[in-house]
Design a protein around this ligand. Structure first.
Ligand SMILES: Cc1cc2nc3c(=O)[nH]c(=O)nc-3n(C[C@H](O)[C@H](O)[C@H](O)COP(=O)(O)OP(=O)(O)OC[C@H]3O[C@@H](n4cnc5c(N)ncnc54)[C@H](O)[C@@H]3O)c2cc1C
Length: 541
């Protein structure tokens, strides 16, 4: 290791993408790598245990706990935006559903002037990343660093009814959403191994930390980039109340995620000039798109009361908690070893859609009524509840993230603008009607006592819209705030993820997606880390 404060590469953020970049850049042993992570260790019980999800959802020890501005599209609600603040980033607190997106999503990325990002370019990366328990084929990989579990034989029995009723509603059964086709219903594969969460930290960073050329600093919040002219040469960070600096001989890579990467750029004078000047920040490179083009998936649950026990009857009583706890601790199996989303699917709301524009989620439990004084989503309801949820795939609403102050400790302003276009509202209306259609099929109908949320009184279009504005919210997939594109006037980074107009600096995380993908964003973020690191290595070969 050279001088402790000078490294070839400095990576800001050990999240889904950052962990991969750290592993890839350090693999040859030829480059020294410093990783700065604002949060702490991922060696925590409720991080490692898959259904510990609910415990991490609001926990400031592992979560940034962002809040959006009150959103007119969500009936004025200020939405809760959890983001992981620990090794592994959001992959250490997410719901572990392993979805790549639709091939056409990536072809659309490439068609926007981003060579290297078409489906045929990214498929080899997805395959190389993965160690899929279901085996390898034309689409799936084995032997990669990240294990993907096939949950077919472990999900709650009620899942079968959901799959049957969705088929009765017209969707095909799909054995693999990451395989030949995306459309249909099926059981989700999840990123776990032997009943423990398979975060990017576990798959990539922990093995890399054994190398002599990797140094990981936790509790290290990057506060400002240091420039010589328009070239980035170092980074300032705060750790345990002390201000520190580190220099990069080759490059600095921002992997802070869709909220923090644009925030750090703006704090450092790279961003919308007028806004930054108004906060007294000196402009290094005016770049109007830093923080803009924010895209996110919005979701809602329809919750039902069933005739027979669901997971609620196992997860709520003390004896049930003891039972599943023992099952988990002794055997690493049972409900605690799985995602809350047992199954799901993809469908089109209209025949005019060329590919699915909606995603489904099935949960064999419900958490409608929080216990007094307790955060939501922790306590299962006392009756046999379950939910069918959905989220949009490629909404047209756009928001933005802008710093409020030159102080790096002040959270940026998040304007989500959810459901702010007519098209997004119209497709959501069609989609919630389809959820009811699934619930009305023979396989499900006789099992259901009543619809709890929104409830049978909500039937007119106006009432359904008012309900989903009131009850829906992020499904935690914000992207595109440092979007990739050939033109500095409409993008922040180029197709090799270099920041337009700035030397020695790349952004590699979900913020560079040119547009959101149709599905969950962890696997695509990890793929972006893998492809981005390959580009860095090629450019320094
Ligand atoms: C509650 C939740 C559930 C989700 N469920 C799923 C799911 O089931 N399936 C799925 O595919 N996706 C899911 N996602 C989304 C997915 O996890 C994210 O899209 C993905 O992890 C984003 O990766 P990233 O690398 O862009 O950022 P992150 O993984 O968020 O990493 C950013 C890292 O940078 C660190 N950082 C930020 N700023 C600084 C700074 N200034 N200095 C130092 N460090 C900094 C952060 O602490 C964090 O560790 C979920 C997300 C959440 C929050």
């Amino acid at each position: 290791m050279p001088d402790m404060q000078t490294y070839d590469f400095i990576i800001v953020g050990a999240g889904s993408a950052g962990c991969v970049v750290a592993e890839r850049l350090s693999a040859s042993g030829r480059h020294s790598v410093l990783v700065l992570e604002a949060g702490g260790t991922d060696r925590r019980f409720f991080v490692q245990m898959p259904l510990g999800y609910g415990k991490c959802f609001f926990d400031p020890a592992v979560n940034w706990n962002y809040k959006t501005e009150p959103d007119p599209g969500l009936a004025g609600n200020a939405d809760h935006w959890p983001r992981g603040k620990l090794l592994g980033g959001s992959s250490s607190i997410n719901a572990m559903v392993w979805i790549r997106g639709h091939p056409a999503d990536y072809d659309a990325w490439a068609a926007q002037g981003n060579p290297g990002w078409s489906w045929s370019d990214v498929l080899p990366a997805f395959k190389a990343i993965e160690d899929n328990a279901a085996g390898a084929d034309r689409w799936r990989g084995t032997g990669g660093p990240l294990h993907v579990t096939n949950c077919e034989d472990q999900v709650h029995p009620l899942t079968r009814r959901y799959l049957q009723s969705a088929q009765q509603a017209g969707l095909p059964l799909n054995p693999d959403f990451n395989g030949a086709t995306q459309e249909g219903v099926g059981v989700y594969q999840i990123s776990t191994k032997d009943g423990r969460r398979m975060s990017a930290a576990r798959a990539f960073l922990r093995p890399a930390m054994k190398r002599k050329n990797v140094r990981v600093e936790t509790g290290a919040l990057a506060t400002r980039l240091l420039f010589e002219g328009t070239r980035v040469v170092g980074v300032e960070y705060e750790q345990r109340g002390k201000r520190c600096t580190a220099r990069a001989g080759k490059e600095i890579i921002l992997s802070g995620g869709s909220i923090n990467s644009p925030q750090l750029l703006q704090l450092s004078g790279v961003g919308p000039a007028e806004h930054l000047r108004g906060l007294g920040i000196e402009i290094v490179q005016a770049s109007e798109n830093v923080g803009r083009n924010l895209q996110d998936h919005i979701g809602i649950n329809y919750t039902f009361k069933g005739r027979q026990p669901t997971l609620n009857q196992l997860l709520r009583p003390w004896w049930g908690k003891l039972w599943v706890g023992l099952q988990y601790v002794l055997l690493r199996s049972g409900p605690l070893s799985l995602s809350m989303n047992n199954a799901g699917g993809f469908f089109r709301t209209g025949t005019g859609q060329e590919r699915p524009n909606m995603q489904l989620y099935f949960q064999a439990f419900s958490t409608v009524i929080p216990k007094a004084g307790e955060r939501p989503i922790l306590t299962p309801d006392p009756w046999p509840g379950f939910s069918i949820g959905l989220s949009n795939c490629r909404p047209s609403s756009r928001g933005e993230i802008m710093i409020r102050s030159a102080d790096p400790l002040v959270y940026p302003k998040i304007v989500a603008n959810a459901l702010s276009t007519e098209a997004d509202v119209a497709e959501m209306l069609d989609a919630v009607k389809f959820v009811r259609r699934i619930a009305a099929q023979p396989a499900m109908k006789d099992f259901i006592v009543e619809e709890i949320l929104p409830g049978p009184a909500v039937t007119s279009d106006a009432a359904l819209i008012a309900d989903f504005r009131k009850r829906s919210g992020t499904v935690y997939h914000p992207v595109s705030t440092c979007r990739m594109g050939p033109d500095a006037a409409s993008a922040v980074v180029d197709a090799r993820l270099r920041v337009h107009g700035v030397g020695g600096l790349r952004v590699i995380d979900a913020s560079v997606f040119p547009d959101n993908i149709s599905g969950n964003t962890n696997a695509p973020s990890i793929m972006t880390g893998w492809k981005g690191a390959a580009m860095v290595l090629e450019d320094w070969a």
